[in-house]
Write a new protein. Sequence first.
Length: 155
Amino acid sequence: MATRDEGHGHPRSTAKIGGHPIHPMLVPFPIVCFILAFVCDILVAQGRTELVTASEWLLGIGLVMGALAAVAGLLDFLGEKRIQGGDAVQHMLANVTVVVLEVVNLVLRIGNSDFIASTGVYISLVVVLILVYSGWKGGDLVYKHGMGVHDGSNP
């Protein structure tokens, strides 16, 4: 929980470039990739098999970018004790769940495009729903706790 102590106001982001937190710069990439993979999966399930490769690439790119976002988020988490509680842990666990599900989703569909219509599309749906929850929790970290918010004393 964010409290105003330790000589500065808002909780600090420890992974930053030019004073800007890295984690929120990276998170849109896996989010967009995973949502677009879900859209492709729906279309593949409707017979648009030309999108199988696109869906696989979106999952792969989303996982790479998600790993980068996870590293930045973990550095922020470990570097700022005031957020090492409920909302941050829930946000992190939701994102770890997303990554595990998408790794399974990608591995099981490679070389087996029938998996997409039978199961992959449902995994993608669950991932999108978890991302909504995770985004909510990430928003709580910024809007309720002030994580990474510049307040003049936080260069």
